[in-house]
Design a protein around this ligand. Structure first.
Ligand code: SF4
Ligand code: SF4
Length: 436
């Protein structure tokens, strides 16, 4: 059962306000931030809850007004499903907000009337995160001049033209958001990555952007909306990103039309009373039997909402397993206390019993992990080198290029947990870089 999430603020079916928000102080790519608040303190929407501390650390802002109930370590996501038994989840410092206040209706002000410094301030205060969970303003700061804007055309499914809908309803706002990102010299080009069935609507979006940005031609490339960010960037540019550096620092800003729309609205607001929202597109294609599959629908969800409170709005049945992410690189959400992550664009819902838990067997040297690796690595060789502590040799064989996509684990007939070993090596590479 696939539940791709498509972001946008006007999706129907808003999920009820959750009882709590769990806000991690660490992103996948960065160091933990230092909390600025203590339990018992009331905070207003948009207020900074943490300050950066170390590499790619972030300011975490309150998505809603509420009461700080706890600042404590909590579990986050486990390993991708392809690795079989996910083991114990990692824990990171989190701020828990309770007694949440429903957002007030924001006053509006034309963003074009604001000067550049004020726009930059609002961009930071908007609390939007980019493709890798970093704040959008930090990503913009990291971008070298002449970067590439990569727009991911996420459709709901063939026949449901969400991009066309966005263009019909919000053409001006999308153009305004793009314009706000286009400081002189920031982007040299824009590329739209779209699936085969989305070519027509992607062309319309490209024409729309070119109309508003006549000096910047927009290229179209084929891909899939659920592709791993680094695969998307490869499809957009023909180059592989270095795994250990964030995409923005390497010259790519990854967005999709729904996030552009949110950005435009955030920039035009006097206050930030409206929470950062996710909208879910549900495609129930996996259930079989007497109960017909539910039709696809959109759903608003708040990042930080505990998974247990999202189960009912998502329509998940008891015993069904949710993956945060797609079937290739989705992380199994085994604990109802896990917060919905920011930047999530897909949820995969697996029926009871469909979750493969495998026992490892001996490698039969079939080479299937090599055949499926999209960056042509030798996963089993790398895993052996990492296990023997020969990190320099693993790096020389391209460990830094690994996408952490989990495909090698999925394809291995001996069910060897290659992804666990690779992730361990990637983490060691990152730590080595931080120590230098
Ligand atoms: S996780 Fe495996 S298949 Fe994916 S890029 Fe890394 S080595 Fe290749
Ligand atoms: S796919 Fe599995 S069994 Fe085949 S070579 Fe790779 S690790 Fe060995």
């Amino acid at each position: 059962v696939l539940l791709p999430l498509v972001r946008g603020e006007d999706a129907p079916d808003p999920a009820p306000l959750p009882s709590r928000l769990i806000l991690p102080l660490q992103t996948a790519a960065g160091d933990a931030a230092r909390p600025l608040v203590s339990p018992g303190q009331r905070v207003r929407a948009g207020e900074a809850l943490s300050e950066p501390l170390g590499l790619l650390s972030r300011v975490r802002r309150a998505p809603l007004s509420g009461l700080v109930a706890a600042v404590e370590r909590r579990p986050l996501l486990a390993a991708p499903l392809g690795d079989g038994d996910p083991g114990a989840p990692a824990t990171v410092d989190c701020i828990v907000l309770e007694d949440l206040e429903a957002p007030s209706s924001p006053a509006t002000q034309a963003w074009r009337e604001l000067d550049a410094a004020e726009r930059a301030r609002r961009l930071g205060a908007a609390g939007l995160s980019g493709a890798e969970g970093l704040p959008l303003d930090l990503e913009l700061e990291l971008l070298p001049p002449g970067a590439t804007l990569v727009l991911r055309c996420a459709e709901l499914q063939p026949g449901q033209r969400s991009i066309d809908w966005l263009l019909r309803q919000h053409a001006g706002e999308i153009a305004a958001a793009v314009e706000s990102l286009l400081e002189p010299g920031r982007f040299a080009e824009a590329v739209l990555v779209h699936g085969e069935g989305q070519k027509e609507s992607a062309s319309r979006l490209a024409a729309h952007l070119e109309h508003h940005l006549p000096t910047r031609p927009v290229a179209l490339r084929e891909g899939y909306p659920w592709d791993h960010p680094r695969l998307l960037v490869h499809k957009a540019s023909g180059r592989w990103a270095d795994h250990a550096r964030c995409l923005a620092a390497q010259g790519w800003l990854l967005l999709e039309p729904g996030r552009l729309l949110r950005l435009a609205r955030r920039l035009s607001r006097e206050d930030y009373g409206s929470p950062l929202l996710l909208s879910v597109c549900r495609v129930d294609s996996g259930r079989r039997g007497p109960v017909p599959a539910a039709p696809p629908r959109l759903l608003r969800l708040l990042p930080g909402m505990p998974l247990g409170e999202a189960r009912i709005p998502l329509g998940a049945r008891p015993g069904e397993l949710l993956l945060f992410g797609g079937p290739f690189d989705g992380r199994p959400a085994l604990d109802d206390e896990l917060p919905l992550p920011e930047g999530l664009d897909t949820i995969t819902l697996l029926p009871r019993g469909a979750w493969p838990v495998h026992r490892e067997e001996a490698c039969i040297s079939c080479g299937q992990c090599l055949d499926i690796c999209p960056v042509r690595l030798a996963p089993v060789r790398l895993v052996h080198l990492i296990a023997e502590g020969r990190l320099a040799e693993a790096r020389a064989l391209g460990l830094g290029e690994c996408l952490d996509c989990g495909l090698c684990s999925w394809n291995c007939p001996s069910r060897i947990h290659l992804g666990h070993g690779l992730r361990d090596g990637l983490q060691q590479l990152r730590e080595g870089r931080r120590e230098r």
